[in-house]
Design a protein around this ligand. Structure first.
Ligand code: 3HC
Length: 695
């Protein structure tokens, strides 16, 4: 029974029981209708409570049904049946009521939650609009402005906020079902009028709704550049304001019908499931217990170390920070404090949050202070000799059960682990800059890393609000290694005839947050220079190399921090301005390399940059460094702000068609040589008409 029926005195209790998250599958929709009809038809019943089995009320429509032929009954019909009930219906919301789940709750006449409740309409995040009356009912319940905000962002509201907004009528202190039944009994006894939201009006007195919608549209155009669904939500909200309820809902149903099969919605659904898949490692199941993480230490208080320390403090975990000198440590802590202060000023956290978080960060006087911590993350200078020394010291002081991790971006974890007598406890935890903001945590599993250390790293990712993706060891691991060819091609394109602003614009227009040259200016041209020097010894002599960035480095153009890099920056501004001096450097560099500059089309720029990354991604997959193609995509979404509505580079390749990608790569190989050697996997898939999906 996907919807159970029970009687508590005169109250009928309908329990949605569709694990794991009580999604509104066809059986649940039918079960709701049947249950409501039975309760309404039974003279012994005075009111109805609708509750979810387990920790969730209802997580929404069953996303796996999307794209299949819709089966009756429609969710709108089930909700209409609930709302029309002459007997009061109370939604008892444990955990989340999301999407269709909240829409069901809005069809009920009352809503009672618990402290753990979260309610929201996250449909925009999977490329659609709330399609079962949420758009029409929520503004009628809580007013236009807050409803608009929730629907456009897709972010859920926690219990206290939901209560304040009026989405919840009450929060149960004790057992939810008992209190919901009591609530229903009181409603019956007091003859509390039933409120059917579809029959009320949106309160618009004094609300300039046209201005409100226009502001929301402009905001989305910036924050969700290129994404269709939030704009469509606003179209539907406008209908909800101007049309009668049924007509507006009819339009919304039409619009969601258009959106579900759209490319963007497909990509966003892919990303939703890919993210969940990324948490799964075939040989590590739930029986592998994670170690306890109650305290942490970070070695290095530079930008990375400081950001990592903030991740722990943000999650309420005490963290020690160790540096080479008291001066460096003070400087690092001052930077952390400043970061928190900026967050306070921007209204992102309160002053007391800052104080609490700073209170969790303490200075370590030396390695001996680290003996008791559950996890250490090394974020010291990116040089093997330094890492080995740090790990040898850690080996002496850390307790046996501690996780000993390195934040290296490309060095060999196995070599680092070999500097200890406990290689099984060593793992790579690669954060992305700024570490306290970017959500990717690349979990690099060494040859000897123990399973429970990997499980602990995954648990850590969840604790600190990151998306952890497990991969194997190679130079640059998965994220940076697959992105490297993109920056490489961007540099070559500039040497061949493009300018940084043209390349950046093509990738920006594609949906990336920033183009590779703007990113280079943020990351630091000096940082790139050092990374290239580290590779000098092993780079094949005949391999093509662009010296242009080195020229900028020699001119002291280190990027934003020096006000000059690939672009120039006015004092105090981050706006990247094209610079004639850079153009002169580029033209000279082309001459020096004997390259006759040519006009390069935007299509070539996009293909060179993206397909280089995709070809490398395929090689990484073939080498089994990444577990699945979708893991690479998740890394790009959370590490490099790749547009989520395009799914990720590997998914994008599938949408283009691997045959076409492969043919183009082959063409580039002919023209540009060995760096474009096609991935054998890409070739195999292209020739057999397959895609990366499922690989
Ligand atoms: N449909 C189908 N499967 C779903 C689902 C849904 N709506 N929501 C979650 N699942 C699946 C997940 O894929 C996962 O499956 P797996 O175990 O096979 O990997 C399982 O349920 C558990 O999910 P999580 O791993 O995400 O568990 P968490 O406890 O971390 O999170 C959650 C639970 C908060 C419910 C989260 O899964 C979530 O946000 N789900 C999506 C909610 C959503 O987008 N709802 C709107 C749907 S669209 C809609 O309702 C349209 C309507 O307007 C008509």
């Amino acid at each position: 029974m996907t919807v159970g029926y029970a009687q508590h005195g005169a109250i009928a209790v309908l329990t949605v029981d569709n694990p794991p998250v009580n999604a509104l599958s066809v059986a649940v929709r039918q079960g709701l209708i049947d249950g409501i009809r039975r309760a309404v038809g039974d003279p012994a019943i005075t009111a109805i409570v609708l509750i979810g089995q387990g920790k969730t009320f209802i997580a929404g429509a069953d996303i796996r049904e999307f794209g299949k032929k819709p089966q009756p009954p429609r969710l709108t019909a089930a909700i209409a049946e609930i709302e029309a009930s002459p007997k009061p219906v109370v939604a008892a919301i444990e955990g989340v009521a999301l999407g269709g789940g909240l829409e069901v709750a809005l069809g009920c006449h009352f809503r009672i939650g618990t402290k753990r409740s979260q309610v929201g309409l996250p449909e925009v995040k999977i490329g659609i609009v709330p399609g079962a009356g949420g758009i029409e009912r929520l503004p009628r319940l809580i007013g236009l402005e807050p409803a608009l905000k929730m629907m456009v962002s897709g972010d859920p509201a926690r219990a206290d906020k939901a209560l304040a907004l009026g989405i919840l009528d009450a929060i149960a202190e004790g057992e939810l079902l008992t209190e919901a039944v009591a609530f229903a009994e009181r409603a019956v006894a007091a003859k509390t009028p039933i409120r059917r939201l579809s029959q009320s009006k949106i309160a618009l007195d004094g609300v300039d709704w046209r201005a409100l919608l226009a502001t929301a549209r402009a905001g989305i155009a910036r924050s969700n550049r290129g994404q269709i669904s939030p704009q469509r939500v606003i179209d539907c909200v406008e209908n909800a304001i101007t049309l009668p309820f049924d007509q507006a809902l009819g339009e919304t149903v039409r619009i969601i019908g258009e959106l579900i099969p759209s490319e963007q919605a497909k990509a966003l659904r892919y990303a939703f499931f890919a993210e969940r898949e990324a948490g799964k490692v075939p040989d590590i199941d739930k029986t592998v217990a994670a170690r306890k993480l109650r305290s942490a230490a970070v070695i290095g208080a530079g930008t990375m170390g400081g950001g990592i320390a903030m991740c722990f403090a943000d999650a309420g975990i005490p963290v020690l920070v160790l540096e080479n000198s008291a001066e460096a440590l003070d400087k690092g802590l001052a930077r952390i404090e400043q970061n928190y202060q900026d967050m306070v000023q921007k209204g992102r956290i309160r002053a007391e949050d800052k104080a609490r978080r700073m209170g969790l960060i303490a200075k370590a006087a030396g390695y001996d202070d680290l003996g008791d911590v559950d996890i250490v993350i090394e974020a010291a200078f990116e040089e093997m000799a330094v890492k080995k020394e740090v790990f040898a010291r850690l080996d002496q002081v850390c307790k046996p059960e501690a996780v000993v991790a390195t934040n290296t971006s490309y060095l060999d974890i196995d070599e680092i682990a070999a500097a200890t007598k406990r290689p099984e406890s060593v793992i790579g935890l690669h954060f992305f800059s700024p570490a306290n903001v970017m959500r990717l945590l690349e979990i690099v599993r060494g040859a000897k890393t123990a399973k429970d250390i990997v499980a602990t790293a995954q648990a850590l990712a969840r604790m600190i609000g990151k998306v952890g993706v497990v991969c194997g060891v190679c130079h640059g691991f998965v994220a940076n290694r697959s992105r490297g060819p993109l920056t490489r091609e961007a540099s070559f394109l500039v040497d061949e005839g493009a300018l940084p602003q043209q390349v950046d614009k093509v990738l920006y227009d594609f949906g990336m947050a920033m183009g590779p040259f703007a990113v280079g200016d943020v990351a630091g041209i000096d940082v790139g220079w050092r990374a290239r020097r580290a590779l000098d010894a092993t780079r094949p002599r005949d391999q093509r190399y662009s010296p242009t960035a080195d020229r900028l480095y020699e001119l002291g153009r280190y990027g934003q921090k020096t006000g000059k890099g690939w672009y120039r920056y006015e004092k105090g501004s981050r706006a990247a301005l094209p610079d004639p001096e850079v153009e002169a450097v580029i033209l000279q560099s082309s001459r020096d390399q004997g390259i006759a500059r040519r006009t390069i089309g935007d299509d070539e720029i996009l293909a060179r940059c993206l397909y280089a990354a995709i070809n490398e991604g395929a090689k990484i997959l073939d080498e089994k460094i990444a577990l699945r193609a979708s893991d690479i995509d998740i890394m790009w979404l959370y590490g490099f702000a790749f547009p989520r509505w395009r799914g990720g580079p590997m998914y994008h390749a599938d949408t283009v068609g691997l045959k076409r990608v492969y043919e183009t790569v082959r063409g580039f190989h002919k023209t540009h040589g060995a760096l474009w050697t096609p991935s054998p996997l890409l070739q195999r898939l292209a020739e057999s008409g397959k895609s990366f999906t499922g690989i």
